[in-house]
Design a protein around this ligand. Structure first.
Ligand code: NOJ
Length: 915
């Protein structure tokens, strides 16, 4: 297909990335200022005679010898072994921005008890006394101590930095008896420091509030492995940052982003985890302005008593990693998650920001997207193509061209004259439609969404107080101010069925361009001095704009169903807590092998920072994947949480059946494998939803005592049962798979071959091989037949794959509900079953007595792997006391037992006895 031109742009891809349009550290003024100031080493001191304590927190003043401006520090103990440190100006000229709406509720505090201390020290302990905060007055430092071991030191490098708000010096000069400012006013003329004005190319950022940046260092003792702070197209383990090479957190639309690069792309979660043998911790820096993070690991050295203080003296030889956070604005508000296990840290983080929303079942199936499916006929033909080739799929997607001139909530009448009819077609196959809705609104007096938003003052404003205007897909547009709760409420109401003409209950949403993307804007985004609700500058909250967009969309979908149905919303931009509203994808990747490879660490990083529902465009958005790459990408994507094929408008068509019979078969097989495993996926999402554990897990999370796993990113665990090592190299004939755990046994998912853990095995791979291994000790529920879509499979039978551990036992779970409503929550309409195999008996029992859901589904097949001896009999034993013999097949070569044609109701208690 020839490249299509957008009516408003010469060629949409002319707007594409050129790295020069983005800033690196040395072009960021607050970075330069902090570096320059820190080289002067001017220390802060805590005034411990100012300490006050109340139910919630302990407060004291901090003062810097140069600026003499008083800061106020507050330390909170939070339930679940979390500490919070807030630092703000004691009396700022005007309030500084504090990020709202991210914490799910006001964190419940535990009273900290002041144990001892004199004017030079203060020790605060939580009730149990296991965790303590040692505060040293001069220079100001905080050590977090667990069981007499210093885990984290704050400001031990003296990088606390706080630019207090000032009056612009011209105004100040006019005032008599002005006070001295912390930053030398003579420097204000030095453009280089960008205090009141910062230039980048043709853009000038005028800063009405002047410099307001903050910074702080954290030393993580004994830690060399750090992860998190998405989103970067980088390795899973964070790298040491050299000069001017900090990880940047600034949400940007970076078309075809460069890989192995620390530049900020679409979303930000200012949260990192650190892991060492015996402990995992987290640091959550709650700030939504532009943020930079430097990381610097020092190898193990011997510390002297004076360097570390008396408590630390016990552990003299340790490596440590310094983490330096710097943000352009706001306050210091940081949560220290003390673990000690990876699972504890996941729980602590979700206690603050919420867990992954429980997705509707359909959204775990395969999604078919492209920019664009041309018209209703095209949709019909592609939909039929899936049936013709016997490939399941769940959702057809329509990109921006489905609208009337990129006016969201409308339909191009020529291409989509009857959207309801099109949705009825999809509904008849139990499939869904997903359409796009971006945050920019075309300036057009005849477009009702625009007119209503304008009339109500719902757009972001410019410096002059007028609606901000910028160019995006529709041409000149204004941008909805989702930070305003009224705007969100109104936007949500646009999804009501009578309002959104042509929409039905099978239509779901895709939020794109919500960094926000502003063509020809500075770094392709909004000016930092644009004004939001509450008179806050865009700079204060840039990174949370997309979060609010998705929040309002998800709320709209819930409301249109009168609170009954779970929403599905995919977003490109995100922030900490976005997991509560839906799914995230990795944006405009490229059809190259290296992008397939990097999708794994990118998704692992999102997963451990709370966002379990994530994926990358299958095939690569930009360009045309060679056939082998496309097949490998489908195979990898089938084992990643959000599974969508997508391509840009000038890429060749790439529906799964366009690459010859054999490749169609391979893609079909990969997608069908996904559908077979849906009961396991759905159960994992439930676990993420209620117990905060990521669906896709780096190896170190499951094997925290195994050093070798700490930097692995070419393979990962899906839940705790499956290890996946996708093929990401062309023409591969083998892959080296590390099977962790010295007491583990692993079974090849297809051949049933088994290996003991703790070794690397060379696995031969053909083009149809997806290297997946089941961990001994697990039971994985599957569906035995695959239908057109998840909806077709509701009644189909289950199978259980029981992989025995070295001790001959296994456990697993199945979660089941109606797949779409909130009844699981409000009426406890769900089934949560537990399968355990021990002493040759497999038991199906209830894992949660609160749940009830009628299901006629049966377990039809049971496969037991690792059974060393052929049984003489197999019987089933149901709760009504009936015993029945069962026919079985045993294969001595693979030590596997197969039971077929069973009819054991999934919802009732029963046993299978192997004698
Ligand atoms: C950018 C998105 O990343 C891409 O997925 C989409 O197709 C285009 N915008 C057009 O909407």
């Amino acid at each position: 297909m020839a490249p299509r031109l957008s009516p408003h742009l010469k060629n949409v891809e002319d707007e594409a990335v050129d790295k020069n349009i983005f800033r690196d550290c040395n072009k960021i003024a607050f970075y330069r200022r902090q570096k320059q100031w820190l080289s002067k080493k001017s220390a802060y001191q805590a005034l411990l005679d100012s300490v006050t304590t109340d139910e919630d927190s302990t407060r004291f003043q901090i003062i810097n010898e140069a600026s003499k401006v008083t800061l106020l520090a507050e330390i909170y103990g939070i339930e679940g072994n979390i500490f919070r440190l807030k630092i703000n100006e004691e009396t700022p000229l005007k309030p500084r921005f504090e990020v709202p709406d991210v914490l799910t509720s006001k964190p419940s505090t535990v009273r900290l008890i002041s144990c001892s201390g004199d004017t030079g020290n203060l020790i605060l302990a939580d009730g149990k006394g296991g965790l303590k905060c040692h505060i040293t007055a001069n220079p100001f430092k905080v050590d977090l101590v667990s069981e007499e071991e210093v885990v984290i030191s704050i400001n031990s490098l003296g990088q606390l930095y706080f630019e207090h708000l000032q009056i612009l010096h011209k105004q100040r000069a006019a005032k008599e008896n002005e006070e001295e400012a912390s930053v030398d006013t003579s420097q204000e003329n030095q453009e280089d420091l960008g205090l009141w004005e910062e230039k980048f190319g043709k853009f000038v950022d005028i800063k009405a509030n002047g410099p307001s940046s903050i910074g702080l260092d954290f030393s993580l003792h004994g830690f060399e492995h750090l992860y998190g702070i998405p989103q970067h197209a980088e390795s899973h383990q964070l790298k040491n940052t050299g000069d001017e090479d900090a990880y940047r957190l600034y949400n940007l639309d970076v078309y075809g982003y460069q890989i192995y690069d620390k530049m900020g792309i679409y979303g930000s979660v200012p949260y990192l985890l650190a892991h060492k043998l015996g402990r995992t911790i987290g640091i959550f820096w709650l700030n939504a302005s532009e943020t930079l993070v430097e990381i610097n690991t020092e190898p193990a050295v011997e510390y002297t008593l004076s360097q570390m203080g008396p408590v630390a003296a016990k552990q003299k030889v340790r490596s440590r990693t310094h983490v330096h956070w710097m943000s352009e604005s706001g306050i210091i508000d940081v949560f220290l998650l003390t673990g000690p296990t990876p699972s504890d840290v996941f729980k602590q983080y979700s206690h603050l920001t919420g867990t992954q929303a429980m997705p509707p079942l359909f959204s775990l199936g395969y999604h078919q997207c492209r920019w664009n499916y041309e018209d209703e006929q095209d949709v019909k033909a592609v939909d039929a193509g899936f049936d013709e080739h016997d490939i399941p799929y769940d959702a057809m997607w329509l990109d921006i061209e489905h609208t009337e001139g990129k006016r969201y909530f409308t339909w191009d009448k020529k291409r989509f004259p009857n959207p309801e009819r099109m949705q009825e077609l999809l509904r008849s196959k139990k499939r869904k439609l997903v359409v796009i809705s971006d945050p920019h609104i075309k300036i057009d007096p005849d477009y009702s969404v625009y007119v209503k938003a304008k009339d109500q003052g719902f757009f972001v404003k410019n410096q002059e107080g007028e609606d901000f205007e910028g160019v995006c897909w529709p041409g000149l547009s204004s941008y909805l101010d989702f930070t305003n709760p009224k705007v969100r409420e109104w936007y949500s109401s646009l999804f009501a069925f009578p309002v959104y003409q042509g929409s039905t209950d099978i239509l779901f949403l895709w939020n794109d361009m919500n960094e926000p993307s502003v063509f020809r804007g500075p770094e392709q985004t909004m000016q930092k001095n644009a004004i939001h609700h509450g008179n806050w500058e865009h700079r204060e909250l840039h990174n949370i704009y997309g979060f609010y967009h998705q929040m309002a969309t998800a709320e709209g979908l819930i409301q249109r169903s009168k609170g009954k149905e779970r929403p599905f919303v995919l977003t490109r931009s995100f922030f900490a807590g976005s997991q509560k509203y839906g799914a995230v994808w990795t944006g405009d990747n490229t059809a190259e092998w290296s992008y397939l490879k990097i999708s794994i660490p990118m998704l692992l990083t999102l997963s451990i920072t709370g966002i379990s529902f994530c994926g990358a465009d299958i095939g690569g958005f930009i360009g045309n994947p060679e056939t082998e790459l496309l097949v490998r990408w489908y195979q990898a994507g089938a084992y990643q949480p959000f599974f969508r094929g997508h391509a840009t408008m000038n890429a060749k068509r790439r529906e799964p059946w366009l690459f010859g019979k054999e490749h169609t078969r391979l893609i079909r097989e990969a997608i069908r494998e996904r559908y077979g495993l849906l009961p396991y996926w759905y159960s994992l999402f439930y676990h993420a939803h209620v117990a905060s554990q990521p669906v896709m897990r780096p190896l170190w999370v499951e094997f925290p005592d195994e050093l070798k796993t700490f930097d692995m990113e070419d393979e990962y665990m899906l839940g705790s049962a499956l290890l996946v090592h996708p093929v990401t190299e062309p023409k591969a004939t083998t892959v080296d798979v590390f099977l962790p755990g010295s007491n583990e046994v692993w079974y090849d998912y297809k051949t049933f071959a088994h290996w003991e853990g703790g070794c690397t095995v060379k696995i031969p791979v053909a083009l149809d091989t997806i290297p997946v291994f089941q961990r001994g000790g697990s039971v994985v529920p599957i569906k035995t037949t695959v239908g057109k879509s998840t909806g077709w499979m509701t009644e189909s039978s289950y199978g259980l794959r029981v992989a025995l551990s070295t001790k001959g036992s296994s456990v697993g779970e199945l979660y089941l509900d109606d797949g779409h409503s909130f009844q699981y929550l409000h009426q406890k309409q769900f089934l949560h079953r537990k399968f355990s195999f021990c002493s040759s008996v497999l038991i199906n029992s209830s894992a949660d007595q609160r749940g009830h859901y009628p299901s006629k589904c049966v377990v039809e097949q049971i496969l037991v792997l690792g059974l060393r001896k052929e049984p003489s009999f197999v019987t089933t034993h149901s709760s009504d006391g009936k015993d029945q013999p069962v026919a079985f097949t045993y294969c001595a070569k693979t030590s596997s037992l197969s039971l077929e044609k069973l009819s054991l109701n999934i919802a009732t208690d029963w046993e299978v006895r192997i004698i």
